[in-house]
Design a binder for this molecule. Structure first.
Ligand SMILES: *Cc1c(COP(=O)(O)O)cnc(C)c1O
Length: 397
């Protein structure tokens, strides 16, 4: 089945061992129970021994979560998944799993989600893990770092926040595989409709479920999808640490995933139109968008993404504005929501200097090219003409 069909069907209509009186819900219910019984205590014993699949205690696994995990693992071509209570919890788990019995050195991309940068320095470096930074837009720099530092894990984003750079993930995955080092890819911005990193040789994929996969601005969650090698280590670690998503959120997330391919296609099409319009706007200095033929990573983009799907994030720099004018501009928006997230059905703008990259020093931001006039737009499913009209009135005032 194609991705659009699998998104709608996978994970639902499980007939469990206890039969449910022969009735099976068409969609997966919210299982709120913290523990589960079996027909025979010997079955529970076998579940604990991992000889048969099944639920025992919700920290170990919950049927609502299991349905969502099966669905996202399928869409990402993984062996299995773990739904976590946030994208950050998922990233922390992914790094912990990758570093089990490996050198405590992480090779990380310099351009990453703000909280991911903070987590690497404030949690991992602080607990003795060495973090080596490289410019992932330069494959030879990554290659040298792998050879010189022999990292235990490598961490990157498919589309790097917030300037929307697209590193050569396929080449980096091949290098990681050859060196026997797990590559963790945060695929939140691209989603499996654009690229499936595990198919290219990555070992672990992480999503903030909060974004495109759920898509309606009403769930906070994350998910880790792994290849066969890391699945059991991940489950074992999760049983001890318990970073899992609650069943209510799992239910909402799964409801969202069913329509994510449709939403994403619409959002990508809107983003192409809006990016092209912004590029001609007299008050806009520069547009960062992966669909731009003049994008610095155009070759990688052509190799990695299907035609016309370039993501639905657009970053742009506004002529001659500072913090204050930026605040005024965001206050003028009537439909586009000035909120701290992305990937929802509604369009949103975020000011990286104030929000996602606030914790970085001004110097660090400047080095990354994140200036005070940069605005990040997450394009929603509304009519493109309405998004354009709203941005235009806010830009011109
Ligand atoms: C939002 C986001 C995260 C963090 O996810 P939460 O669900 O907010 O914890 C991590 N990476 C990227 C790329 C994100 O956009």
């Amino acid at each position: 089945m194609k991705l659009h069909s699998r998104a709608v069907h996978v994970g639902d209509r499980k007939r469990d061992a206890n039969g449910n009186g022969g009735v099976v819900g068409v969609t997966t219910p919210i299982h709120t129970a913290s523990s589960f019984i079996h027909n025979d205590i010997a079955d529970l014993d076998r579940v604990f021994a991992k000889e048969i699949p099944g639920a025992s205690y919700s920290r170990y696994g919950n049927p609502t979560n299991a349905a969502l995990e099966e669905l996202v693992a399928d869409l990402e071509s993984g062996a299995g998944a773990l739904a976590c209570c946030s994208g950050m919890a998922a990233l922390q788990m992914a790094l912990n799993v990758a570093l089990i019995d490996r050198r405590r050195v992480v090779l990380a991309a310099k351009l990453l989600y703000g909280a991911t940068l903070s987590m690497l320095t404030k949690v991992f470096e602080a607990s003795g893990v060495e973090v080596v930074w490289a410019d992932f837009d330069d494959v030879s720099e990554v290659e040298t770092a792998i050879a010189d530092e022999r990292p235990g894990a490598i961490l990157m984003e498919t589309i790097a926040n917030p300037l929307l750079r697209v590193p050569a993930m396929d080449r980096i995955a091949a290098m990681a595989q050859k060196a026997g080092i797990p590559l963790i890819v945060d695929n939140t911005f691209a989603t499996p409709i654009m690229v499936r990193p595990l198919e290219l040789g990555a070992s672990i994929v992480v999503h903030s479920l909060t974004k495109y996969l759920s898509g309606h601005g009403d769930v906070l969650g994350g998910i880790i999808v792994t290849n066969a090698e890391y699945l059991e280590p991940m489950r074992d670690l999760s049983r001890i640490i318990g970073p899992i998503l609650g069943p209510f959120e799992s239910y909402l997330a799964m409801r969202g995933v069913k329509t994510f391919p449709l939403r994403m296609e619409r959002q990508c099409a809107n983003a192409r139109e809006i990016a092209a319009w912004l590029a001609t706007h007299p008050n806009v200095d520069r547009v960062h968008f992966p669909g731009d033929p003049a994008h610095p990573d155009a070759e990688n983009i052509a190799r990695l993404f299907p035609k016309d799907l370039y993501g639905a994030m657009v970053a742009f720099e506004i002529k001659g504005v500072g913090r204050e004018e930026m605040f005024a501009l965001m206050n003028r928006l009537k439909m586009v929501v000035p909120a701290t997230s992305l990937g929802d059905v509604h369009s949103m703008v975020l000011y990286p200097v104030m929000a996602s990259h606030r914790d970085l020093s001004p110097k660090h931001r400047a080095r990354l090219g994140i200036h005070d006039n940069l605005l990040r737009l997450s394009v929603g499913i509304e009519a493109a003409a309405d998004i354009i009209a709203d941005l235009d009135q806010a830009l011109r005032a």
